[in-house]
Design a binder for this molecule. Structure first.
Ligand SMILES: Nc1ncnc2c1ncn2[C@@H]1O[C@H](COP(=O)(O)OP(=O)(O)OP(=O)(O)O)[C@@H](O)[C@H]1O
Ligand SMILES: [Mg+2]
Length: 267
């Protein structure tokens, strides 16, 4: 079971879109995929037609148990089927927002998701975790649970400081797990016509060279249409520029060396 977290503390950089797109592609290849919506806003849940307002049980319940010092339970009963075969979702509920508020007072909440996923070992081929745009306890859970971090970075509003902070946290978690793992920066919402996109990409190449995916996810309105149609882009418009870009990204992520020999992360 491979666990990928899609994270960036910057908002609106394409995290949720990346989760839905990669999940759709993996499902299309016959893999059994679980998506975990860790964002209290529940955008990923709505993408797959589950509203965080309507969902009664979900990933929050796992945290609730941990906050009241109850043993970690099997998340299986909270997992919902989507309209797509082999594609499942652990939905967000609104209450998830309270985890962030209460977490400061309760210790040991960083490993809730990791422990929950241990129950699912062997049940899924891939687990893709969507995170809120905030370096809080929910994102820390995603970083601790994953063996690969995918960081969509929007070239136009590049916030390298935020990125550095997140990567430092990742390095810290990585050290405490005594298991190095790697991350991939994915330029997203890339507009070839703008100079700022090209400049930002150059900067990313200089700073993150080996950790930067060589491709880009272009700006493509088909992605917004796909989310409105509640379809992953590969199901909505497989020949769109965005679908092809995500296909190339997935190909890169599945390259054998990528997951079997993770590069050590230097702090
Ligand atoms: N490559 C793209 N081209 C055009 N629109 C895109 C692209 N990627 C994402 N979008 C659109 O941009 C908006 C933000 O994308 P998305 O919700 O995936 O970002 P996010 O990082 O998950 O945001 P948040 O931090 O709020 O959770 C959405 O309306 C989405 O449809
Ligand atoms: Mg999102």
């Amino acid at each position: 079971m491979r666990v990928w977290a899609i994270s960036n503390q910057k908002g609106g950089v394409g995290k949720t879109t990346t989760v839905a797109s990669l999940a759709g592609l993996l499902q299309g290849q016959g893999a059994k995929v679980l998506m975990v919506d860790l964002d209290p806003h529940g955008s990923l849940s709505s993408y797959f037609e589950m509203n965080a307002e309507d969902v009664e049980y979900g990933v929050y319940d796992l945290f609730q148990k941990a906050m009241t010092h109850q043993p970690c339970e099997d998340p299986g009963k909270y997992i919902r089927a989507t309209a797509f075969e082999n594609l499942f979702l652990l939905p967000a509920v609104m209450a998830l927002a309270t985890v962030e508020r209460q977490a400061g007072t309760i210790e040991g909440l960083g490993l809730v998701l990791q422990k929950a996923l241990e129950h699912l070992h062997g049940e899924f081929d891939y687990v893709l975790i969507d995170t809120p745009p905030m370096l809080g306890v929910l994102m820390v859970n995603a970083l601790a649970a994953c063996d690969r971090l995918i960081v969509p970075v929007m070239a136009e509003y590049l916030s390298l400081q935020g990125l550095e902070r997140m990567l430092r946290t990742l390095a810290m978690i990585s050290r405490s797990r005594k298991r190095p793992f790697d991350y991939t920066i994915v330029p997203s919402l890339f507009d070839r016509r703008t100079r700022v996109s090209a400049d930002s990409l150059r900067l990313l190449q200089e700073r993150y060279g080996g950790f930067l995916w060589a491709g880009v996810i272009p700006v493509d309105t088909k992605l917004r249409e796909a989310s409105e149609a509640h379809l992953p882009i590969s199901h909505y418009q497989p020949n769109s520029r965005a679908a092809i870009a995500y296909e190339q990204l997935l190909e890169f992520l599945l390259e054998p060396g990528m997951t079997n020999e993770p590069q050590a992360l230097s702090a």
